[in-house]
Design a protein around this ligand. Structure first.
Ligand code: GLC
Length: 820
């Protein structure tokens, strides 16, 4: 069953059946303001922090589904009938032949457009957050398609939050009595008595005929957003007050001649009426577009800037392959999802609804790696934040608030308050070994190296950045400490200690050992050597010793992997603290795990034969039509020496679900092994695009990866959960662009080393790198998967295996690669 389709030319996903079984969301905002918005208008906004900066309210786990939202109501004043531009919250019947109602939602990059056709009125509401103003705009257009004059009431509506999610959920002592609203000159201002520096406002391009700012006046007792009394009446109460629950509701009377179109802009903003609200209201008041007279309303100009912003990111790397799903996802949706994770991290969605703050060390350290080319500024900021949250001993703080370690973080005014969470001394945020994950710090090393490769900013390695304790060291030293921590945390079998957890949050081995981290350590060492070797060659003091030290460690790991960790057909997952093997054919449950199988190949520490064998085992034992399961067989017996995974329902999350994120790694391994068909088969199995017409099983949106899909041990096999905020997006982007298509960077060159399905005739990649453009064409006349027969650069033959050197800024380089 399908509810929509990809409009690839427009970079939009179009939902033409709004009664989707679950909310399909989009993320708006590129800077301070974020809105998570569903295809039916439900959602919420926050300013900077989803925990402490809520602007509009959301009722998680509520009925009706996912409310409230950012709604525009329309009322026909002739008969009092009303509807909303997004299908919900009014929810007109979709199958009433007497009054057909057609609703369409278009999710785009940074915007969502709702469209409704009902009773001869075509309405649209385009919601977006401009690049630089801390506002959300709703560009509303109404067209009368009948030949009668129509009198309508149009109302924009939001419900304000108590600004801190715990206060919305708990109503502490003062909550109901500590915020107020007022109305002046068409602007509703919402203020907080206990946070006197925080204001929100709601306004519009035209003076309204009436308003409400007290939510219960607008909705009315024993009603919901489906049938607000103020909409039924066609008029607000024009009352505001201090205390209780607040909203922004502005009603406008609109007369439409036959064929006439009118436009209104609603503005939800952060800040006070006098501080910013009046200027913003003025800025967006003009809605008349008259290009011939050189008149472009600010709302149009800002929308265009936003579109250009995303196009520029897309243009950094565009692919054209015979695989349409891959093209659509990589050029738009997977890029958007990966950027969203870097920008907003993990906690604000419709599943986890924003009650945590800050950055997960491991997740952020991985996310940044994929979008350096499209967002170098944010990537650099995140990397610096991660480095500041690394302790002198080398490990990372598992979940941290970057503001706590940022010397330039804005300080809140010192107002005594009963409700604000006290700021902590950064020293109290430094956790000890018992809360340390064995992998967090390791992801950072390759990310920093990729950052240097992308930007050419070698000086970044010499930048002095403090550890969490406050002492400063170069970035290079930070990386060394990360490697050193893992070199010290090794158990009796020579394998990394499991500590609190590794990538798998639910494998809590403590003093047991994890092969995954041993493999990741090898991968991080290799990345480090890529920068250390040229520094050693250039005579940097200490770098030669580093190269020797870490080459030796890499050899040791290779030996341990060879002798201890191979189980015959796959790699074991590790040992419990009692020395019992995990993830071995000897086990009854959890015989094989997914997440570590690819890493010996990626880290380059195993043979082709073992690499292929382990991938074949993944396919045979973990594979399915929806992707690879995380482990098999599922755990059914509690064993705390293995971890929380044994307490999770079979087929869910870390216990034998199809966990999306580690599904990317076998794609990379297969590509490195030169098996392009197998790589793309792994990609295809879990590609949401392919599930577009299978929504009765999938449930979730087909344009976003989810954290996991129910596994075969569960009756809901294939049902997709927790969309958007998953490291899958970044890793899939990396797997396809750098490994399947094979366009990777060295410190000073570009490599094209694809592994593609044999039936591909070729493909093209347009890659911007350090201000030059590389037009790459790959030809596959012999229909092979892997292996480069020849390369030309600007028509001149180039040695196979040698990177194409970085070209001067401003140039366009044509690279033709022939496989064979
Ligand atoms: C969640 C966490 C991530 C972890 C994964 C597997 O997605 O955010 O850090 O690696 O679960 O446990």
């Amino acid at each position: 069953m399908r509810y929509g389709f990809f409009d690839t030319a427009a970079d939009e996903y179009v939902i033409d059946r709004p009664d989707v079984p679950v909310s399909w969301t989009n993320y708006l905002g590129t800077k301070n303001l974020c809105t998570v918005l569903s295809h039916h208008g439900g959602g919420y906004s926050y300013y900077k922090s989803s925990e402490y900066g809520r602007i509009t309210r959301f009722r998680q786990n509520g009925v009706p589904l996912d409310r409230p939202g950012h709604y525009v109501y329309l009322r026909d004043d002739a008969d009092g009938d009303y509807w909303s531009v997004s299908w919900q919250p009014v929810g007109k019947p979709l199958d009433d032949p007497a009054n057909p109602a057609v609703y369409t939602t278009r999710h785009g990059l940074g915007y969502t457009r709702f469209e409704a056709q009902y009773k001869g009125i075509d309405a649209s509401q385009t919601v977006f957050i401009p690049l630089d103003d801390d506002v959300e705009l709703w560009d509303v257009r109404l067209t009368n398609t009948t030949d009668e004059v129509r009198e309508l009431t149009v109302a924009g509506y939001v419900e304000f939050s108590f600004h801190t999610i715990s206060i919305d959920n708990q109503n502490l002592q003062m909550s109901l009595y500590a915020s107020g609203s007022s109305y002046e000159d068409g602007i509703i201002e919402y203020d907080f008595y206990y946070e006197p520096w925080t204001f929100h406002y709601f306004t519009s391009s035209e003076t309204p005929s009436s308003y409400d700012s007290l939510r219960d006046n607008f909705v009315g007792p024993y009603r919901t957003e489906t049938n607000p009394v103020a909409i039924e009446r066609g008029e607000g109460t024009n009352q505001s007050a201090t205390t209780q629950n607040h909203c922004g509701a502005l009603q406008h009377k609109v007369t439409l001649q036959p064929g006439e179109t009118k436009r209104l802009v609603y503005v939800l903003g952060y800040g006070s009426r006098d501080g910013v609200g009046r200027d913003i209201q003025k800025k967006y008041a003009d809605v008349v577009s008259a290009p011939a007279e050189g008149r472009t309303p600010a709302v149009d100009a800002e929308f265009q800037r936003l579109r250009d912003h995303w196009r520029a990111k897309q243009d950094k790397l565009r692919i054209r392959t015979p695989h349409e799903g891959m093209n659509t996802m990589i050029n738009a949706w997977t890029l958007l999802q990966a950027e969203t994770c870097v920008q907003w991290s993990r906690f604000a969605s419709f599943v986890e609804v924003g009650g945590r703050n800050g950055l997960g060390y491991r997740d952020t350290a991985q996310d940044v790696m994929s979008v350096i080319h499209s967002n170098p500024v944010k990537t650099r900021q995140r990397i610096v934040e991660l480095l500041r949250a690394q302790v002198e001993a080398g490990y990372g703080l598992h979940l941290f608030d970057p503001k706590a370690f940022d010397p330039d973080a804005e300080k809140l005014p010192d107002v005594p308050s009963p409700t604000i969470v006290p700021t902590k001394d950064p020293k109290d945020l430094i956790h000890g070994l018992e809360d340390t994950c064995s992998d967090d710090h390791l992801w950072l090393v390759p990310s920093v190296v990729e950052y240097v490769k992308e930007t050419g900013d070698h000086g970044f390695l010499d930048l002095e950045i403090p550890f969490a304790e406050g002492t400063a060291a170069t970035v290079y030293e930070h990386l060394r400490r990360a490697l050193q921590f893992s070199a010290e945390q090794v158990g009796p079998n020579g394998v990394a200690l499991g500590l609190r957890a590794d990538w798998n949050d639910c494998l809590n081995l403590g003093g047991g050992e994890t092969s995954l981290v041993t493999f990741l350590h090898a991968w991080a060492i290799r990345a480090f050597l890529e920068v250390a070797e040229p520094l050693a060659a250039a005579g940097r003091p200490g770098a030669g010793d580093d190269v020797a030290r870490w080459t030796t460690e890499l050899d040791r790991i290779r030996g341990v992997a060879d002798s201890e960790l191979w189980d015959g057909d796959w790699w074991i997952r590790g040992y419990t603290r009692d020395g019992v093997k995990i993830g071995s054919a000897q086990n009854d449950e959890g015989k094989i795990f997914l997440e570590h199988q690819a890493w010996p190949v990626i880290a380059g520490i195993t043979s082709q034969e073992r690499g292929e064998r382990s991938m074949d085992s993944v396919r045979e034992l973990l594979g399915s039509e929806y992707g690879n399961h995380l482990n098999w067989p599922a755990f059914t017996k509690v064993d705390d020496t293995v971890g929380f995974v044994t307490r999770v329902y079979p087929g869910i999350k870390e216990n034998a679900a199809i966990f999306s994120h580690p599904n990317a790694w076998p794609i990379i391994a297969e590509a490195l092994l030169g098996r392009g068909d197998e790589a793309v088969a792994f990609y295809d199995a879990i590609l949401p695009y392919h599930q577009n017409d299978n929504i009765e099983v999938r449930g979730a949106e087909p344009y976003a990866y989810v954290q996991f899909l129910y596994g075969r041990d569960h009756e809901w096999f294939g049902k997709a959960q927790n969309p958007w905020l998953t490291g899958t997006a970044g890793w899939m982007y990396t797997a396809v662009t750098k490994y399947v298509l094979g366009v990777r960077l060295t410190l000073d060159g570009l490599v094209v080393d694809p592994s593609v399905p044999k039936d591909w005739d070729g493909f093209e990649v347009r890659r911007e790198w350090r201000d030059a453009v590389y037009e790459i064409e790959v030809r596959n006349p012999d229909h092979v998967s892997h292996g480069v027969a020849s390369v030309t650069v600007d028509g001149v033959e180039h040695p196979v295996g040698e990177p194409v050197p970085a070209a001067p800024a401003g140039s366009t380089v044509s690279v033709v690669v022939t496989l064979g």
